[in-house]
Design a binder for this molecule. Structure first.
Ligand SMILES: CC(C)(COP(=O)(O)OP(=O)(O)OC[C@H]1O[C@@H](n2cnc3c(N)ncnc32)[C@H](O)[C@@H]1OP(=O)(O)O)[C@@H](O)C(=O)NCCC(=O)NCCS
Length: 144
């Protein structure tokens, strides 16, 4: 049974969230460690997917006026392709919508574009580099 909880930066679960992000982005993908945690973590709402109290998935939501930005989407390698990423993204859209956001934007790694497209996001603009990984902006308009 997978549970998803909404937490803020001071929550005790955040150390497990950061550990998962470190495994996925720094160890697996080679993102420089000093870029992985940033000032947005202080103001973000974080979602954590839990299996037996163990954090196996996460993302964060940062509000910029009527736009919510989703980032740091990571599922533990052994839990991928089981629908957990989709569940996190759907809950993130609900959270953003309840808080008054009209659109969601995100910077998608090119290898993850297909995942976001299935969830209703559309690519826009040119491909850009972030932490050595090619990304593209993707956007979804929320139902009002
Ligand atoms: C990308 C990622 C978040 C997907 O999470 P996940 O839990 O494996 O995805 P889900 O099982 O919920 O997949 C939902 C749908 O997207 C598809 N999908 C999953 N990963 C995909 C990918 N990389 N490309 C295209 N489609 C993908 C699934 O097949 C599924 O399709 P379906 O609804 O037709 O069955 C996960 O692979 C991950 O954490 N990767 C490493 C970190 C990363 O790249 N994060 C994204 C940064 S922008």
């Amino acid at each position: 049974m997978i549970a998803i909880v909404e937490i803020r930066t001071k929550d005790p679960l955040m150390s497990a969230v950061y550990a998962l992000r470190h495994d996925v982005f720094v160890v697996e993908q080679g993102v420089p460690e000093e870029l992985e945690v940033d000032e947005d973590d202080e103001v973000a709402t974080h979602l954590a997917a839990l299996s037996n109290d163990h954090v196996i998935g996460t993302l964060r939501i940062v509000r910029h006026g009527l736009i919510a930005k989703i980032g740091r989407m990571a599922i533990s390698a052994s839990w991928r392709k089981e629908g957990i990423g989709r569940k996190l993204m759907e809950l993130a859209a609900d959270v953003a919508s309840r808080r008054g956001a009209e659109q969601i934007i995100l910077a998608a790694q090119l290898t993850a574009c297909g995942f976001y497209k299935r969830l209703g996001y559309t690519e826009e603009g040119a491909v850009f580099d972030d932490a050595g990984i090619p990304h593209v902006t993707m956007r979804r308009t929320l139902q009002l």
